[in-house]
Ligand binder design. Structure first.
Ligand code: GLU
Length: 470
């Protein structure tokens, strides 16, 4: 079999990488890595009107954040670059002209007004709204007048069918008479997606075109271009589209869609990818939590279900919690520490975060849960959930006992405090509640003795003295 080369081709027309694109990226990535193939990123930025400044950088950094490392792309290069379509305009033009020369495409100078009128008429008669072929019939030539606007359209045969074999869906067939004479070069001189995608997939030697279901209806146009230019087609596979829990297409209105949102909310890449892997596919033994490496062992593209199940943020949240909790290995803890450190924009000391991990690993579901629980490790509480102003006497005694401690370790702290509570005949629950409030400001916190050890003797005494100073 020929070398496997797959790509994702995001358009920088949104805020960031769309979660649906992450899904497509995941499938392509796993497929490539299973076969020692190449995973490529191409930026499809020919729709100049919809371009969003900064989108490309955010897309690339989100892909890296997810750990889907690519082999060739706009910033890493590769043998068939440039991988940004706006830098390849001459190529597209050249192939469009070849298509015209061979009568497989034609110049069209129909005005927007005429096209509007044409569509209205078609609609009123209940016909599909596709180009009516006027300029094709008239064998329109390239306008001589430079100021005259024109486009180049694909010449779709009037009869017959265009068919292709989809790895996931089997044979798909389209009646040519229902396919639009697609614009290939727009009046601004830029190619449309349809021409650029075929030229690039061919020149970049893409072996498998694995993309979302929404592109199925474009595929016959692409097949015709491949045929007209005498090129081999890649193998096509159209994966399921992600849905909202109500089964509608995943949309901004019903579900957060940008990777940056998931990152901000404290989701971790491993959980996001694992959750997405379950959309339309499952492990042979049905287990829900698995690594990318495990997925690579078992994933079979053709087994992907054509209809994707609902993408449910709450389920992802559950899985995120499982990820944070389940792994007690030292290497995972180190990784989690780095993720928290990065999440907090490196503003808090890594050594302290490191010490807190064993205390909080079971208690957080998302990285965003960390700071509300642990902020007291880094600074004295700003607020106290209980008023301790009438506890001065007790706090003074606590200070006296703790001052005597040579070894400020959790066991010694615990024992000393327990003895004091017993001696003073104060109920344990009350005694430790006051102490907890003095240390953390909150009624609920990570385990107290361990927390005090991490804070250290000086800091603990300082926090207690805060209540006894006049
Ligand atoms: N530029 C298209 C997108 O934004 C790529 C579709 C394809 O993979 O062919 O999703």
């Amino acid at each position: 079999m020929k070398d496997v080369r797959v790509r994702i081709a995001p358009s920088p027309t949104g805020e960031d990488l769309h979660i649906g694109n992450v899904y497509t990226a995941l499938i392509n990535y796993v497929f490539a890595r299973q076969r020692n193939g190449k995973f490529i990123i191409r930026i499809e930025d020919t729709d100049r009107a919809r371009l969003v400044p900064g989108s490309e950088q955010r897309i690339l950094s989100s892909i890296k954040w997810l750990g889907l490392n690519y082999d060739e792309g706009p910033d890493v290069g590769g043998p068939y670059g440039p991988y940004r379509q706006s830098e390849r305009l001459d190529l597209y033009r050249q192939y469009a002209e070849k298509l015209v020369k061979e009568d497989n495409a034609f110049y069209c100078n129909c005005s927007p007004e005429r096209l509007d009128e044409m569509r209205k008429q078609q609609q009123s008669r209940g016909f599909p709204t596709i180009y009516d072929g006027k300029c094709k019939r008239e064998h329109n030539q390239k306008p001589k007048n430079k100021n005259e606007k024109y486009v180049i359209r694909l010449n779709i045969p009037e009869e017959g069918k265009t068919e292709f074999e989809d790895v996931i869906r089997g044979k798909i067939s389209f009646e040519n008479r229902l396919i639009d004479d697609q614009v290939l070069i727009k009046s601004d001189g830029f190619p449309t997606y349809h021409l650029a995608v075929v030229v690039d997939d061919h020149l970049m030697k893409i072996s498998h075109c694995i993309r979302a279901e929404e592109w199925i209806s474009s595929t016959p146009k692409h097949i015709l271009i491949y045929n007209y230019l005498g090129w081999h087609q890649p193998i096509f596979a159209h994966g399921p589209i992600l849905r909202n829990p109500d089964k509608s297409k995943l949309s901004k209105r019903k579900n957060p869609v940008w990777v940056s949102w998931y990152k901000q909310q404290g989701f971790i890449p491993e959980a996001i990818l694992n959750y997405l892997a379950l959309m339309g596919w499952s492990m042979p033994d049905g287990k829900e939590i698995f690594s990318l490496n495990e997925m690579m062992k078992y994933f079979i593209l053709k087994d992907l279900k054509a209809i994707g199940p609902a993408f449910d943020v709450r389920k992802l949240e559950w899985m995120n919690g499982e990820y944070i909790r389940k792994n007690q290995s030292a290497s995972w803890r180190t990784k989690l520490k780095s993720q928290i450190y990065e999440y907090l924009e490196k503003k808090y000391p890594e050594e302290i975060i490191d010490k807190t991990i064993p205390l909080i690993q079971e208690r957080i579901k998302k990285l965003s849960d960390y700071l509300p629980l642990c902020e007291f490790f880094f600074q004295q509480p700003q607020k106290y959930e209980l008023d301790l102003s009438d506890k001065k006497g007790l706090i003074k005694q606590i200070i006296e006992e703790l001052e005597k401690l040579q070894n400020f370790k959790e066991d010694d702290i615990g024992e000393t405090m327990q003895n004091l509570a017993t001696m003073l005949k104060i109920k344990n629950s009350e005694f430790f509640m006051f102490l907890r409030i003095a240390m953390t400001g909150k009624k609920i916190s990570p385990p107290l003795n361990e927390s005090m050890e991490i804070l250290g003797k000086d800091e603990v005494l300082k926090r207690l003295r805060y209540f006894t100073s006049e």
